[in-house]
Design a protein around this ligand. Sequence first.
Ligand SMILES: [Zn+2]
Length: 244
Amino acid sequence: MNIKEQIETLKELQRIETESVGIQSILDGISDRTTALDARVGDFENRLQSQEAALEALKKEYRGLEMDAKDLQSRMKKAKSRLITVKTNREYQALQKAADEMKRENSHLEDTMLARLDSIETAEKELAQLKEEYETFQKQMSEEKAAVEVEATQGQRKLNELNTIRTEVSKKADPRLVDRFMRVRQRISTLAVAPVTHAVCQGCNMNIPPQMFNELQRFDSLRNCPHCQRIIYWEKPPEPETFE
Ligand SMILES: [Zn+2]
């Protein structure tokens, strides 16, 4: 393999690396995205549960009021029957006063019960609405989750393909060249290979010593940038555009 062929191999390896790293970072984010979707569903379910609990509490309170009402009714009934048997005016007045008190209590109780019935009705409507929203929301979330899973599968497949290509490219190349690439790639950056144009390393934007720049242009050996250590190669600068 001559130097130009080696440079092509390095560029190919770098292309594979760059693409792999991009896919890997998407794959790394998948579980966070899935967890976030699950958390949103969980939050909604909590809202639903607290709404259900609030409704249940209202119903329980109403049942308590019903019992109070029943109790009051029977006390009123008793008081009424006692009124018939009173002997003195004083006793009558006392009983009458108690009966009036119970009447007021009853009227207040009825108002409270009506208000609770209103609250129950409102809470039931809200719960029904929330359940409807939940259904839509859950459907939307599971669709998003499915899309994320498809993305993960496709990414993994692409990554496998790239691994196969990397193996093939590596097999054809000189093992020392591949090793050199991998060492720089691990030590410095995914972008282990950089072109040099106008004597400037495109990896770090620093000037290459003139002697080294001359050597690069002769394509007789592979060099590393003295500043960033990337494997460098000379790339002919693009022809200046002419506007005629
Ligand atoms: Zn450099």
